[in-house]
Design a protein around this ligand. Structure first.
Ligand SMILES: Nc1ncnc2c1[nH]c(=O)n2[C@H]1C[C@H](O)[C@@H](COP(=O)(O)OP(=O)(O)OP(=O)(O)O)O1
Length: 167
């Protein structure tokens, strides 16, 4: 099973709530919007991975202590656990987003998140994450690899979960 992260930096611009998304330029989910993120490297905690991936993909610097764990997403493919994704949010970061070979960053109003250009499951959990909730979800895909070409089948979502035992 793969372990991965997503990170959603937030800001308020003249009373409009925005979230930093990326348009993925390569790899899984290429061409779709998502948060900065990616796979854990050996010996890395999810929090460290989210900080590294956000730096590599969009150039923002984040103190790991400023990340708030918001979700744990269990993506399953054909009945097997495929990816466990740890989701973080933060309002505290340094720098200005810049594009990289992996990602084109874009600040988007929370009310205008382009769910029609994202993973099909995102619309089921991201609104809660952007509303400040904590969620745990299981999302089942069928049809074989790669995951981004499989069909989304069904899901279960729990709200108000605690991540107190996060490593
Ligand atoms: N179903 C679904 N919805 C939303 N987001 C995701 C999924 N499945 C996923 O894998 N993801 C997320 C989780 C990760 O953040 C990315 C995939 O990471 P990937 O680009 O493969 O990882 P990197 O480490 O950046 O890739 P390489 O640099 O190793 O090529 O999508």
């Amino acid at each position: 099973m793969i372990e991965a992260t997503l990170c959603f930096p937030r800001r308020d611009v003249d009373g409009t709530e925005e979230v930093l998304l990326i348009e993925k330029r390569r790899g899984l989910g290429e061409g779709w919007y998502n948060g900065p993120g990616g796979k854990l490297e050996a010996g890395e905690t999810p929090r460290e991975c989210a900080v590294r991936e956000t730096r590599e993909e969009v150039g923002l610097e984040i103190d790991p202590a400023d990340l708030e764990k918001a979700a744990e997403l269990d993506f399953r493919l054909d009945g097997e656990r495929h990816t466990l994704c740890h989701v973080f949010r933060t309002r505290t970061f340094a720098g200005e987003p810049r594009p990289s070979p992996e990602a084109r960053p874009e600040w988007v109003a929370v009310e205008a998140v382009p769910y029609d250009r994202m993973w099909e499951d995102d619309r089921l959990w991201l609104p809660a994450v952007l509303a400040g909730e904590t969620v745990a979800g299981e999302f089942r895909f069928v049809g074989g690899e790669p995951l981004d070409e499989a069909d989304f089948a069904d899901h279960a979502l729990e709200r108000g979960v605690s991540f107190a035992d996060e490593r």
